[in-house]
Design a protein around this ligand. Structure first.
Ligand code: FES
Ligand code: FE
Length: 453
């Protein structure tokens, strides 16, 4: 195991580039991060009926999520227990059983081995079918429509894992009756970058927005949002917050209740929906979340690799494929209560901005690939990179969960993300992973404030 304690210096924000290129570190991540943490698998809306299945990954392990006859969810390694073939090649579908292409073994929805061709002739009826059941993922649970799995039986419950991040997640997932649904097909893109660079870009890097995406912002920003500034020199530092310290989970938020839709060519429909439903959101979420967070630009990150942006309405998971490659899966996400016309606009806008040919994603993909390549050269990789912006300037007094920094332009969230990465990579098991409970929700809604130092 690589000792990564010297590879990230929390005091200066200096990081070794090895964490983006070293094969041994990557193997350690598969075991200690993807083999240990709760990972997003599918949205309930993707497997609504018994027999529905969805094929995805946990780290590099391929798994299949299956809705059972009793409507519960089970998840299995997508590999035949005979000679190891991939069991289902379909991305998703509905099945009564899964039969293997190679020799024809067939498995029930519950993972049991049901049929073995020529069982009496070649196995002489001596095969113990119980021994050859599909291998289940140890822990499966869901939160407001999001299905998660975890390989580690000693992991905390999903509820504990999400912790106070739930208070923020509920703004996106539970503001309206009926919750959320994913729209359209899975958009799969391969990017030659390290998975952590993609996560940090969204979890905390408000800095690149005005520069990298200057052209995309000009092309998409609606005139209805003249108050939402473009360009690093004019980003409103007091108008938002960066929230971290939630055990690797984090939030960026603009706090104005509308600017999630700032990048819609025509946000009229979305703004109408927000104003018509504001009172309902306040009723369900309380005044502060209902007025300030619902409808704002929110970047939500669930450690290690799930991110979504209500408003811009993309929802994404990163699957690592080696230290320098990811498969990025994106969907549009909408509240079920939204009118169909708005849902269509959400899907169209997601494709315009963060789809495979999206204006913003092409900017990011290029930069993140280049950052990864520049971590490989023998001399270059001896040069550290930094996340030291606004170091030591967290909020002094807040009534919200987490450690809060003022504004959305800082490297506050990135530092916490890498700190969590380092804690997991150093820990032998969950008993060595520290759990934080920063600023738990004790204050009443009226007492809370988003004022930061
Ligand atoms: Fe699946 Fe042989 S590998 S039946
Ligand atoms: Fe970006």
């Amino acid at each position: 195991m690589t000792n990564v304690s010297s590879l990230i210096d929390q005091k200066t924000g200096a990081q070794s580039r090895l964490i983006y290129s070293d094969q041994a570190i990557y193997e350690q991540e598969l075991e200690r991060i993807f083999g240990r943490c709760w990972l997003f698998l599918a949205h309930e809306s993707q497997v609504p009926n018994p027999g529905d299945f969805f094929r995805t990954y946990m780290g590099e392990d391929e798994v299949v999520v299956v809705r059972q006859d009793d409507r519960s969810i089970r998840v299995f390694l997508n590999t035949c227990t005979h000679r190891g073939n991939r069991l289902t090649r379909a991305d998703r579908g509905n099945a009564r059983a899964f039969s293997c292409n190679y020799h024809g073994w067939a498995f029930g929805l519950d993972g049991s081995l049901v049929t073995v061709p020529l069982e009496s002739e070649v196995y002489f009826n001596e095969i113990d079918k119980n021994q050859f059941r599909l291998v289940p993922v140890e822990r499966v649970d869901s939160y407001h429509g999001l299905i998660f799995g975890c390989f580690d039986k000693n992991a905390p419950s999903l509820g504990e894992y999400l912790g106070d991040m739930r208070w923020y997640l509920d703004v996106a997932l539970d503001a309206m009756p009926g919750g959320t649904e994913l729209l359209g097909a899975t958009q799969k893109v391969i990017i030659h970058t390290n998975w952590k660079l993609s996560v940090e870009n969204v979890c905390g890097d408000g800095y690149h927005l005005g520069w990298s995406h200057g052209g995309a912002l000009k092309a998409t920003q609606s005139g209805d949002f003249s108050g939402f500034t473009v360009g690093n020199s004019s980003v409103d530092l007091e108008g938002g917050m960066s929230v971290a310290g939630l055990n690797g989970n984090s939030v960026l938020a603009t706090l104005d209740g509308v600017s999630g839709y700032a990048f819609y060519p025509n946000p009229t429909l979305a703004l109408k929906y927000l104003s018509e439903n504001r009172a309902k959101a306040v009723e369900r979420l309380g005044k502060l979340r209902g007025e300030k967070l619902w409808g704002s630009q929110l970047n939500l990150t669930v450690f290690p690799s799930l991110q979504f942006l209500p408003g811009l309405n993309w929802f994404r998971v990163y699957h690592p494929k080696g230290p320098g490659k990811i498969e990025m899966w994106t969907w549009a996400i909408a509240e079920k209560a939204m009118p169909d016309e708005l849902k269509q606009q959400i899907l169209d806008n997601e494709l315009l901005t963060f789809g495979p040919a999206g204006l913003f994603d092409n900017d990011d993909g290029d930069n993140l690939s280049a950052c990864t390549v520049q971590s490989r050269g023998w001399r270059t990789r001896q040069m550290p990179v930094y996340t030291n912006m606004a170091l030591g300037r967290s909020g002094k007094r807040v009534g919200l969960p987490g450690d809060i920094a003022s504004g959305v332009v800082s490297e506050h969230n990135q530092r916490y993300f890498y700190r969590r990465w380092q804690e997991h990579m150093q820990a032998k098991d969950w008993s060595e992973v520290p759990q934080y409970n920063l600023n738990p929700l004790e204050a009443s809604d009226e007492q809370r404030t988003v004022q930061t130092a």
